[in-house]
Design a binder for this molecule. Structure first.
Ligand code: 0A1
Ligand code: ZN
Length: 876
């Protein structure tokens, strides 16, 4: 551990590498503590680099064993070596071969970057800069090489040996050892390198591409878990088929492997032909996985697979272009899930995630452009802004140019950039070429941090039968010309959609707001309308439009756009809760117009689309409400919780009969086999939303109903929903149910993560002691990222009242955890610390307590670059 003065890396300083690496031959001899890697690099000066420049290879935590240039061993005075690099001051001016032998200790690698062991399985993680922890290298994405990897290990310890590309050879290597050789014909940057060695079970499948290639599919999991990998395998096959049909992209190797490991810093990684996954996003069975888990597995399998084109075939020139692969790939996986499930329901959940994670990031001290222009630690830029807002930019582009032009542009992008390390400019150029549009104003979305606000007023002229909509866009704190904002819109009247109304400047219902202010006029408007604005959430903005509750509720009833129907209910709920949070005596009856509208909605539509109905019943989260309040004033999480509970209770009380009826109507017939499909999941979602509301209104009934649901549950969704309801009602039944759950799943760490999370998010003052006790639980481990996220991460991100306790004890718990973790896994520690990202929005007392907690971290002398970067920016 060292305290580093952060060096800023700047986009404007980009220059091509002085040297290139064409071919890499790796010989990796796996041993748990002393793994030897021999890298043979075929190199040459880069024609566009600086002639005669020194060759500086990146390296970290490596032991250099030997070094040879063109077959000649180099003695130590022929090169320079320090903690982060190996330098040859005068490399040859023509092609040359460098042979580097290094040694690493996979068992001691607790950072989970480079080569490490997870539960006895050797695996690698090289994005963003982990390859330099395996060998000295030009570890930057614009240096692309063809890799051949020989992996050798004890047959007993690692009967399965996997690498990138296609298998080339394998056999015994003497002394109880064996080897496998893998060759990847596609040039790739080092961050896509991977290898795996271990004792693993496999589920196999096969897919024939539209080009006629038969691909062997393998999902590798810890022994005994194969049955739980079937859903992931099926998701791979469906992803491959979808990418062909939706984007014309076929897979390009003879094998595609996915390996699930139990220690992983992120969700998964798209290494070429060898995706490595956090096991949480592979393993599923009805008894252990919720519907949300199934949906995540499908989405993440798709995401990593889609990277094969958006990320691997076309990669990034430098890490500033991260959104080029991530934003685009998130957009692609969202489209896949929308096509596979319900588009409307999926869109709403995308927006909920965006608002929960990206909006606060963009409103706080960690805000950054979708394409950042500087960083101290790139691993801290795998953010909701780069991923989710990045996806929104791609979606806006499609909305603006239309689906067909978008597809043509994507085809052109893949064709012109295939095999290259590209930039955001290259991406936009493909669409400029096919549409002849100038996208330079649109490109500002990549540069400008912050969430814009679009303020809107409308006026109806009954004489002229026109409706004028006045727009004003603003983005305080950033300078510069306006953004190009696609506004998908329409008018709704008392009878429903006013299709006869016309606005010339909004062809197909899409208006491009390109100026700071603009006015759109609809003609042929027979009666005073309510505008339905930003349909489908057509841009990642906040909308300020003064509508009455009655107008919102008209949209809930009549809008043709499902997203805006949902938004209407959210807006009314949000307004009530914010009003109540600021008052001493909330008047619950003020909610009755909303409650009545929800009741009418349920009567008319709940059974037709239960998944959508469950979303309509969901209120803005405590976090959403804090973000909304935080824009102008000070956030008091206790007041928010109280006000929101008041509303939930009112809904539960008023609708209890209907909700109880729905639970019955939606119940599965006994013996119905479990299916994770969207329709079945939707029924469960509505049933459980109903249970939740019934229980807030009548906790005594809630305890019984939840207890009964747990006792009869045949799947994890229902079991966990029952437990979630009980967790909020203090009493012996809760403790007994928690104990039973732990007992039943005592050998299932991924399931116990749910149990950790449920307890960490109990909004009671005793939760801190509970967490302290849970840390001693035999399944808890400070070195497993899933465990840490389940217990500590859930607390900081999902328990606003206790994390933000006025006495600072919640902050202390998290900062202590961050400091302890920083010793072993700085990436994970830094991510936990981002929970403080909204501290400036808090009311003054909590703000000052949070400030002290952050100061304590900053004052430590031994901080990793990861944590020091986050704490510095959070306090800036
Ligand atoms: N490219 C991956 C994300 C990822 C990034 C860094 C990692 O290091 C621990 C791991 C994964 C994705 O978008 O899925
Ligand atoms: Zn990704």
């Amino acid at each position: 551990m060292r305290t580093e003065t952060p060096t800023m890396i700047r986009l404007e300083d980009y220059r091509p590498s002085d040297y290139l690496i064409d071919r890499v031959e790796l010989d990796v001899r796996l041993h748990s503590r002393e793994t030897r890697i021999t890298a043979t690099l075929a190199m040459r000066p880069n024609p566009v680099g600086r002639a005669g420049a020194p060759l500086v290879l990146d390296g970290e935590d490596l032991t250099l064993v030997s070094l040879a240039l063109d077959g000649q061993p180099l003695c130590p005075d022929a090169y320079g070596l320090n903690a982060t690099s190996l330098t040859l001051p005068n490399p040859p001016s023509e092609s040359f071969t460098l042979r580097i032998e290094t040694q690493v200790n996979p068992t001691a690698n607790t950072r989970l970057m480079g080569l490490y062991r997870s539960n006895g399985v050797y695996c690698t993680q090289c994005e963003a800069d982990g390859f330099r922890r395996i060998t000295y290298f030009l570890d930057r994405p614009d240096v692309m090489a063809v890799y051949t990897t020989r992996i050798e290990a004890d047959l007993d310890e690692a009967p399965v040996l996997l690498g990138n590309g296609n298998p080339a050879d394998s056999g015994p290597a003497g002394d109880g050892r064996h080897y496998a050789i893998w060759h990847d014909p596609h040039p790739k940057p080092a961050y896509l390198f991977a290898l795996v060695g271990g004792r693993l079970d496999r589920v196999s499948g096969s897919f024939t591409t539209m080009e006629g290639r038969t691909v062997d599919l393998g999902i590798y999991v810890e022994p005994g878990q194969a049955a739980r990998a079937e859903y992931a395998l099926d998701a791979v096959i469906r992803s491959m088929a979808w990418d062909e049909q939706a984007f014309g992209r076929a897979y390009d190797l003879d094998v595609f492997n996915v390996v699930a490991v139990s220690d992983f810093n992120m969700g998964a990684m798209e290494n070429k032909g060898l995706n490595i996954f956090n096991d949480k996003f592979v393993l599923a069975s009805p008894e252990t996985a919720t519907d949300a888990d199934y949906a995540n597995i499908e989405a993440i399998i798709a995401h990593e697979y889609f990277h094969n084109w958006s990320g691997n075939r076309v990669t990034c020139r430098d890490w500033f272009q991260l959104c080029l692969k991530e934003g685009l790939t998130v957009f692609r996986d969202q489209e896949f899930s929308s096509d596979t499930r319900s588009r409307a329901v999926h869109r709403i959940s995308e927006v909920r995630t965006l608002r929960a994670r990206q909006f606060p990031e963009d409103a706080g001290p960690l805000a950054h452009p979708v394409r950042p222009n500087q960083y101290a630690e790139i691993n801290n830029f795998y953010t909701a802004t780069v991923y989710e807002k990045g996806a929104e930019i791609v979606r806006m582009l499609r909305t603006l140019i239309g689906g067909q032009a978008f597809r043509t542009g994507m085809d052109r992008y893949f064709a012109t950039c295939d095999g290259t390390a590209a930039t955001v400019e290259d991406f936009l150029a493909a669409f400029e070429a096919v549409t002849s549009r100038d996208l330079s104003a649109f490109a500002r979305w990549y540069e400008r941090p912050g969430t814009p606000t679009v303020s809107i007023t409308g006026d109806y002229d009954p004489e002229a039968k026109t409706y004028r909509i006045n727009f004003r866009q603003s983005l305080p704190g950033t300078e510069g010309p306006p953004l190009v904002i696609p506004v998908v819109l329409g008018l709704v009247g008392p009878e429903g959609a006013m299709d006869e109304a016309r606005a010339e400047r909004a062809p197909g219902g899409v208006f491009a707001l390109e100026q700071e202010t603009d006015t759109l006029t609809f003609s042929n408007v027979a009666a005073a309308p309510v505008p339905s604005l930003f349909r489908g959430f057509s841009a990642p903005v906040r909308v300020a439009f003064e509508a009455t509750d009655a107008q919102h509720l008209l949209l809930l009833r009549h809008d043709t756009d499902p997203f805006n129907r949902w938004q209407a209910a959210q807006s009314v709920g949000m307004r009530l809760v914010i009003r109540w949070a600021g008052s001493d005596s909330p008047e619950a009856a003020e909610a009755d117009a909303l409650v009545e509208a929800l009741g009418a909605f349920l009567d008319a539509e709940a059974l037709r689309d239960p998944a959508f109905a469950a979303l309509i019943l969901s209120l803005p989260s405590e976090g959403d409400i804090a973000n909304e309040i935080g824009i102008g004033s000070a956030v008091d999480p206790d007041a928010i919780r109280m006000a929101r509970e008041t509303l939930r209770r009112r809904i539960g009380e008023r609708l209890s009969d209907r909700l109880a009826q729905l639970r019955g109507d939606l119940a599965d017939r006994p013996g119905t086999p479990f299916s994770p499909d969207a329709a079945s999941a939707g029924r469960r979602a509505l049933r459980n939303a109903a249970l939740d509301l019934i229980a807030v209104a009548d906790p005594i009934a809630g305890v019984d109903l939840a207890g009964e649901q747990i006792a009869t549950a045949t799947n994890m969704t229902d079991r966990l929903a029952g437990l979630g309801v009980l967790a909020l009602i203090a009493g012996p039944q809760r403790e007994a149910a928690l104990k039973d759950f732990a007992e039943r799943f005592r050998s299932e760490p991924l399931v116990l993560d749910k149990w950790f999370a449920i307890q960490a998010t109990i909004p009671e003052s005793g939760t801190l002691e509970r967490i302290a006790a849970l840390r001693q639980h035999p399944t808890f481990s400070n070195t497993n990222p899933n465990r840490v996220r389940a217990l500590i991460g859930s607390f900081s991100s999902g328990n606003p009242t206790q994390f933000n306790r006025a006495d600072g004890a919640g902050y202390a718990l998290v900062t202590d955890a961050v400091l302890a973790l920083d010793q072993s896994n700085p990436q994970l520690a830094a991510r936990l610390l981002t929970a403080f990202g909204s501290w400036r929005m808090l009311e003054p007392n909590r703000r000052s307590v949070a400030h002290k907690a952050l100061d304590r971290i900053r004052s430590q002398t031994e901080l990793s670059r990861d944590v020091s970067d986050i704490v510095t920016r959070t306090l800036a």
